[in-house]
Design a protein around this ligand. Sequence first.
Ligand code: ZN
Length: 221
Amino acid sequence: MSKALVVFSGGQDSTTCLFWARKNFDQVTALAFQYGQRHYNELNAAREIAAEAKVPFHTAEINLFSRISPNALTDHSMEVDRMATENRPPNTLVEGRNMLFLTYAAIFAKAHGIDQIVTGVSQADYSGYPDCRNDFIRSLNQTLNLSMEVEFTIHTPLMWLDKSEVWKMADDLGVFEIVRDQTVTCYHGITGSGCGSCPSCLLRQRGLEKFLSGKKAVATP
Ligand code: ZN
């Protein structure tokens, strides 16, 4: 029996991955992290979506990011950058976040007899976060295998997809409405289409428009 653990946040990407995993593995578990993010609303959304998907849901706390490296997602006094500046990614980058999430996920997975790990990182449509890139994920996969003597496979189904293609994947999986209405991607923690103006909402919205216009073009010859 194939068993997968999904690193799950209740956002568009990881929700799409959750349903992708349900289609591709016999048994799926979701693990969400409480890491001092601005809005617990996303954890509530994650819990509800996992329940709807009938996937066991676990949470783990990693609460030290804001103490050791300032970033706008966990330091609530910082303004969220609108975009990347010339020399650095936007301040919504939480240094090392994916590395730690995947490391804790692997520890959890080993303890539960799971060897497949799924994460929604993407190289194609992000602001240059280094730990979302394929090279890093492949390197960490090898390191985790060596560190725990398990043949983990880290799956990244969204790695080369832009946001419109992520919407298409949700649609193909039959969960377009769940992703559109129940996920939280907004930096202000607003469910569904969000505040409409933060960088995360704009990215999501542009992807949705591109996906919907492509769909319309196919439907009307
Ligand atoms: Zn927003």
